[in-house]
Design a protein. Structure first.
Length: 149
């Protein structure tokens, strides 16, 4: 009788060991699934971060273009015959480098209609604005029209 209990106990232990072997692949599959879900969440988060960064930089580039257009408009108000091309550096890097930001301007040499073309740029994102400025015979600005391209 004592022998049967020991034998039954060994048989029971043997079954437990056998079922433990089946749980190893299950644990491995669950680990792979967890890692895959984590990688998917990380890639979605990175994609959202890049999208938000591009939207922010696009707004800043538009602000730089507006800044340049206002500067060119002031130059025309001071001198009705002003024309030319110039660049305004808005950050320390200017128009080149990793942290670049600038506005590039071109003012046409018209007499009664001046066309200002301003391009704001930050890194690889560009926004363009054109301002049509009407001048009277005394060189005073009568009206102007802004539009973005």
């Amino acid at each position: 009788m004592i022998f049967k209990k020991i034998f039954k106990m060994k048989k029971y232990n043997f079954l437990i060991e056998k079922s433990g072997i089946a749980s190893i692949p299950t644990v491995i599959v669950l680990m792979i699934l967890t890692i895959s879900i984590g990688a998917l969440i990380a890639s979605i988060s990175l994609s959202d971060t890049i999208s938000v960064s591009d939207t922010n930089n696009s707004g800043r580039a538009l602000g730089y273009a507006q800044l340049g257009a206002k500067d060119a408009l002031e130059r025309i108000v001071r001198n009705k015959d002003y024309s030319g091309t110039y660049t305004i550096s808005t950050v320390a890097g200017g128009c080149s480098g990793l942290y670049s930001g600038c506005a590039t301007l071109e003012v046409d040499a018209g007499t009664s209609l001046k066309i200002i073309k301003s391009e704001g740029r930050i890194q690889d994102i560009k926004r363009k604005i054109q301002v049509d400025v009407n001048l009277d015979s005394n060189g005073l600005v009568t009206n102007y029209n802004w539009q973005e391209f």
